[in-house]
Write a protein that binds this ligand. Structure first.
Ligand code: NAP
Length: 288
């Protein structure tokens, strides 16, 4: 890649950002598609978010991704927010267009693409969401938009699950309910389960939000948003009980693709996507 006077700048705003795979991914896409751009990380210190956002405009930066802890806070500084991102209550991608900052959420679209490529569809399905944080909100909105029959949510702090159910019912025509962790083993109707908590993430890889082996026996599909490790304890239990398992790598990859497509106004071909995914997998497997 040759950097010159017309190279466009993109990046990731968050804190911390050092271990993100987004620079690797976005610069890989740029190389494969032939875009004169670079993608870097912007480590934004606490209290500096508003200045950082104004800096995007001032420096003519074309687009950024947003990560923890700013996906919610950043919304107040944007000119427009896409309706679904508003419903989710979080923005992870900003496009700068005619000096206007437009916020999107590509997490839910990335997850949906990773489900569909494994032939998992949500229409008329009863789904379980474990967790009620930012990731769970994207999953719940995705399930509602895709026409799921019912959403059941469980969470360590049950009041947050109740809040999420109320939010979803206020935005979409869908039935929701909350359930205690302990009651999960009695349920046989929840065939698709999304694990959206940070439990089981590296380095605490032996942890699992659900230890009841009976619970896993009724699952057809288990999805974990975590991608490090590639197979969480939750996914291992589900796989051993016979479920199809999907980790968070596809979501991460596809949300990046969708952001890239949004910024550049293009659609990436399937064969370039496949090539990039294989290079990305190599990078993940060989990462320290
Ligand atoms: P978050 O908003 O901070 O929510 C964290 C969730 O985990 C809450 O439901 C919280 O429950 C629960 N939790 C945390 N510690 C727990 C514990 N010890 N026992 C039981 N529950 C616990 O985080 P998030 O943004 O949703 O992210 C959650 C996970 O999703 C992370 O691992 C993140 O890496 C992953 N993620 C992946 C992608 C991807 O592209 N693959 C995208 C987004 C997120 P309480 O409400 O009780 O605190």
């Amino acid at each position: 890649m040759r950097i010159n006077g017309t190279t466009a700048l993109y990046g990731l705003m968050g804190h911390p950002v050092e271990h993100s795979f987004s620079p690797f991914l976005q610069n890989l896409f740029a190389k494969k598609i032939g875009k004169n751009m670079v993608y870097v990380t912007f480590n934004v210190d606490e209290g500096q978010l508003e200045s950082a956002v104004e800096g995007l405009r001032a420096l003519n930066i074309k687009g950024v991704n947003v990560t923890v802890p700013y996906k919610v806070e950043i919304m107040q500084y944007l000119d427009h927010i896409d309706e679904v991102a508003r419903n989710i209550g979080a923005v992870n991608t900003i496009k700068v267009e005619n000096d206007q900052l437009i916020g999107y959420n590509t997490d839910w679209l990335g997850l949906l693409a990773s489900l569909n490529e494994r032939d998992v569809y949500l229409k008329d399905k009863s789904v379980l969401i474990i967790g009620a944080g930012g990731g769970a909100r994207a999953v719940a909105v995705m399930c509602a938009k895709e026409g799921a029959k019912k959403i059941t949510i469980t969470n360590r702090t049950l009041s947050k699950a109740k809040d999420l159910c109320a939010l979803i019912e206020s935005q979409y025509q869908i039935e929701t309910e909350t359930v205690h962790f302990e009651a999960l083993k009695e349920r046989t109707d929840l065939r698709i389960a999304f694990q959206t908590t940070s439990v089981g993430m590296y380095p605490h890889i032996e942890n699992n939000p659900v230890y009841e082996t009976k619970f896993y026996k009724t699952l057809d599909v288990a999805i974990d948003l975590i991608y490090n490790p590639i197979e969480t304890h939750f996914l291992k239990e589900a796989r051993e009980a016979g479920a199809l398992t999907i980790n968070g790598l596809g979501m991460l990859f596809h949300q990046g693709i969708i952001a890239f497509e949004l910024w550049h106004g293009l659609k990436m071909g399937e064969s370039i996507k496949d090539t990039c995914y294989n290079v990305f997998l190599d990078e993940i497997v060989n990462a320290d």
